[in-house]
Design a protein around this ligand. Structure first.
Ligand code: CA
Length: 311
């Protein structure tokens, strides 16, 4: 099963209306032939950097580039979820090394939500409070769990979701790439159906646009237009932070279709399938013997009649 020509994706990032520069970074890797697709599938990343001066944008871009590099270099890893986690962990180590070498006391870190697609299977890795969603038949569901202080407080029942939205410390994230040696990176897996959309975004979008609105826009427009509309919506409402989105539409075959398709391929290999052919051969031989015997009987009868008439 190949997804070439079956995936339509748009990634976009915008500075917003308040920040002086864009610390978000979006990137992807897509195969150009079947061999590349089999080896690496498809990879999409949204990262949201934090730190003073230029630190945030360096962190998000450097870790995204390194994650893609490490991911592509380790096609031998059979478990693609683990392969993605390893790539992000390696990028984390490299970012920390970079900060050490820069030696200017800068604090560099970044969130990251990354999706690796293999046939109809999606591996979603997340660190921080950027998000990954699954849109299916007009409805949207958040796949990732926000690694943020407010999400933890909501989980513990200390505050409500509504309060979390306006909480003064809503920007505090619990884990990020660059902040510690081995940050907690969550991994999720989804089996995709034809028409599904994987949607990634930074908190600059979700601060202004509700999940139901995202679902509606994804239902109405193709990826390219949906991405622009969502960014415009966030900017119309103040654009307080950098805004990034990735809309990945899957039009490949579903698992059910694959199983159905594989049935005719496996059948000829099954021995019982060859039996009707042998039976036919047996039947054909019997028919020949029968025809021959009938012909012989007929010839004998004709000979006997001829003999009787002569006598
Ligand atoms: Ca942000």
């Amino acid at each position: 099963m190949s997804n070439l020509e079956q995936i339509t994706a748009t990634l976009r990032t915008d500075t917003g209306l308040v920040r002086g520069h864009n610390e978000d970074f979006v990137s992807h890797w897509e195969p150009s032939n079947l061999d590349e697709e089999t080896k690496n599938g498809w990879l999409y990343i949204v990262a949201d950097g934090v730190g003073g001066a230029d630190a945030g944008e360096v962190a998000s871009e450097l870790t995204t580039d390194r994650t893609i590099k490490h991911y592509l270099e380790h096609a031998e890893e059979a478990d693609w979820g683990q392969r993605l986690l390893n790539a992000m962990q390696a990028a984390n180590t490299e970012l920390r090394q970079y900060v050490l070498e820069r030696n200017d006391n800068s604090r560099m870190a970044t969130t990251m939500v990354a999706v690796a697609l293999r046939e109809n299977h999606a591996y979603i890795a997340n660190v921080g409070d950027s998000r990954g969603y699954l849109w299916r038949n007009g409805r949207i569901r958040q796949i990732t769990k926000d690694q943020s202080l407010v999400a933890k407080l909501v989980e513990e029942g200390a505050i409500t979701e509504e309060e979390a939205h306006f909480h003064p410390r809503r920007n505090v994230i619990l884990y990020s790439l660059g902040s510690e040696r081995s940050p907690k990176i969550d991994l999720f897996e989804e089996t995709l159906e034809t028409g599904d959309i994987l949607f990634l975004c930074s908190d600059g979008l979700t601060r202004h646009v509700a999940d139901e609105e995202i679902a509606l826009v994804l239902s109405e427009d193709p990826p390219d237009k949906a991405a622009s509309r969502l960014i415009n919506k966030a900017n119309d409402r103040g654009g307080e932070d950098n805004i990034s989105v990735a809309v990945i539409r899957f039009e490949g075959e579903t698992a059910v279709a694959t199983e159905t398709a594989s049935v005719p391929r496996t059948q000829p290999l099954v021995m019982p399938a060859a039996m009707p052919a042998n039976e036919d051969e047996v039947n054909r031989s019997a028919l020949w013997v029968y025809t021959l015997a009938l012909g012989l009987v007929q010839a004998t009868l004709i000979f006997l009649v001829w003999l009787l008439l002569r006598v």
